[in-house]
Design a protein around this ligand. Structure first.
Ligand code: ARG
Length: 256
């Protein structure tokens, strides 16, 4: 009788050791890892951009990876043009948008936003070597102005045109990188783009911020409307993360 108990205990202890070993070395065999598909448009430094090595990196990428890790998810980054992100989320091709996405009431009718993690306004940028220095939207009348397709910058310009009846030749780009290149090449008179991204582009392209239009935007991560569990979990870890040293380090790394 005693022997049976000893053998059972030894067997149980061995099984526990084996499980613990598996858990630390190959956790995916013990706890199946869930994958979080994260959609982003990597034309938007310092939030999402292509590194010299060809990798998608940035504040948003490090942010969602840190949050996902805390929630036990593996992250899969899915790259697409900005205006494809909300349709991809709604159609269940991705689970989260991390793309410098401004929280707006129109978008909030289709997707659910987390608490905000960044503030931004719109900048009007111009080529350094031009002598055009607009002081506001009014100065863009009858000019050729580039924006990202589906962005709040595009909305700002189309609303201005609608409200004033004045003309701006708005060119919408799938990629802000191409818009900035056209600005440098002289194909555009100006580009309207989020302030932190304007500052980042100004470090690597011959462009300057001519003025700022205060729009008071806030970025949030977006999930599907019915994904309330994911939303609540993201909010829980995001709120804590925004106070962390790790968050400051991420910001310094990409925008320092
Ligand atoms: N914040 C702006 C918006 O929500 C622009 C975001 C563009 N993001 C990007 N990754 N291209 O419309």
């Amino acid at each position: 009788m005693k022997r049976i108990v000893v053998i059972a205990l030894v067997a149980a202890a061995l099984a526990a050791i084996l499980l613990a070993y598996m858990f630390f070395i190959h956790p995916q065999y013990v706890v199946p890892r869930r994958v979080l598909r994260v959609g982003t448009s990597p034309d938007f430094p310092p939030f999402e951009y292509i590194s010299p090595g060809g990798e998608i990196v940035g504040i948003d990428i490090d942010l969602i990876k840190a949050l996902a890790k805390r929630l036990g998810y593996e992250v899969e980054i899915v790259s697409m043009s900005f205006d494809g992100l909300i349709p991809a989320l709604v159609n269940n091709q991705i689970d989260v948008i991390a793309s410098g996405l401004t929280i707006t009431s129109e978008r909030a009718e289709v997707v659910s936003f987390t608490i905000p993690y960044w503030d931004a306004d719109q900048a009007i940028i111009v080529a350094r070597n031009s002598n055009f220095r607009p002081k506001g939207l009014e100065d863009l009348v009858d000019k050729i102005v580039g924006v990202g397709s589906g962005t709040t910058a595009e909305g700002l310009l189309t609303d201005f045109v609608k409200d004033t009846g004045k003309n701006i030749d708005v060119k919408s780009y799938d990629s802000y990188v191409l818009a900035v290149k056209d600005l440098v090449n002289g194909r555009l008179d100006a580009v309207v783009i989020d302030t932190p991204v304007a500052r980042s582009f100004a470090e690597s392209y011959d462009i300057v911020v001519s003025c700022i239009v205060e729009t008071g935007e806030k970025y949030g991560l977006a999930v599907r409307k019915n994904d309330t569990e994911l939303l609540n979990n993201l909010n829980k870890v995001l709120e804590e993360f925004l106070k962390s040293k790790e968050w400051q380090e991420i910001i310094n790394k990409h925008a320092g």
